[in-house]
Design a protein around this ligand. Structure first.
Ligand SMILES: Nc1nc2c(ncn2[C@@H]2O[C@H](COP(=O)(O)OP(=O)(O)OP(=O)(O)O)[C@@H](O)[C@H]2O)c(=O)[nH]1
Ligand SMILES: [Mg+2]
Length: 280
């Protein structure tokens, strides 16, 4: 299955982000903790390379805790400031503000030497669709300033949000890149819900996910649905449809419906905390 999604609004958003780069001191790059490799947009990675950068492994609560630790170390070793977070928690504010200041230490020091007393920091929050950028900003602001929603493409325009304490954040629309060279990348981004549902084949997507889980997290599926670990993906899907009463009018298993259920439960970590990539 070749998944590609790069609509016009992303080209526009990317251009506007590029234009706003000159206004910011820091780029806060949100990466989905379940796909810390494929979920890093190369266009964002190459944006403002001379700027300070803070990496947030977001939705860490949905990812495998061991992998979170490995990925944090991996990016830290590359010289980045890194934090793994559940951005829905308002309590993240203190540690994030501390990291923002650490990441901008040079600028703050420069301002101090110039005698600037009310030094301020402006940061652009960037990442793929649905990674949690607006949620992250709202938790830091302590109020629902930015619109959020559990589907990709909720934020359509850029918006400055004032955090107080001399820090302003720019919310940006989630962007992907023109072509996924690795078909696995497209697949993983679709599994986590960063690709528009309407262009996907749900059943094929779920079968591929079941195949991955059978290898990487065999207990996840058998534990949740009580199906035999030895079954292949289509057999598992049919068994889940039967067990969950997903039936078409004639009594046939409704595998399309079961596929939607599996994807939904995976995305909400009902199958457990699952990572799709390892640094190794
Ligand atoms: N479990 C979990 N859910 C999160 C986290 N951060 C955000 N979410 C959820 O993810 C969904 C998407 O959040 P948004 O903040 O709208 O994502 P966004 O990156 O702004 O998305 P776009 O504007 O579409 O690019 C929402 O349902 C949030 O509640 C997190 O750390 N953990
Ligand atoms: Mg948003």
């Amino acid at each position: 299955m070749d998944i590609q999604w790069y609509p016009g609004h992303m080209t526009k958003a990317r251009r506007e982000m590029q234009e706003n780069l000159k206004l910011v001191d820091l780029i806060i790059e949100l990466i989905d903790a379940r796909v810390p490799y494929s979920g890093r947009n190369p266009d964002i990675q190459n944006m403002g390379v001379q700027k300070s950068r803070l990496l947030i492994l977001n939705k860490a609560d949905l990812a495998d805790p061991e992998k979170n630790a490995e990925w944090s170390a991996f990016y830290r070793d590359q010289g980045y400031e890194v934090l793994a977070l559940d951005s829905r928690e308002r309590s993240i504010r203190k540690q994030v503000l501390t990291r923002i200041r650490t990441a901008c230490a040079q600028k703050l020091e420069r301002d101090r030497r110039r005698g600037i007393r009310n030094s301020s920091i402006r940061a652009m929050v960037a990442g793929i669709p649905n990674v949690g950028k607006s949620t992250f900003i709202n938790s830091l602001a302590g109020r629902a300033s930015a619109k959020t929603g559990n589907k990709p493409g909720v934020t359509r325009g850029q918006q400055w949000i004032h955090l107080g304490d001399g820090i302003d954040l720019l919310d940006t629309p989630g962007i992907l890149w023109p072509r996924f060279d690795d078909p696995q990348a497209g697949l993983r981004l679709a599994w986590i819900g960063s690709v528009r549902e309407e262009i996907l084949q749900t059943e094929e997507l779920a079968l591929q996910l079941l195949t991955y889980l059978r290898e990487a997290y065999p207990q996840a599926v058998s534990g949740r649905y009580g199906v035999d670990e030895m079954l292949n993906a289509p057999e598992v899907l049919a068994a889940i449809a039967a067990a969950r009463g997903c039936l078409r009018t004639g009594g046939e298993p409704d595998t399309e419906k079961a596929a939607g259920l599996i994807l939904d439960e995976f995305r909400h970590a009902v199958l457990g905390r699952i990572s799709l990539e390892s640094p190794a």
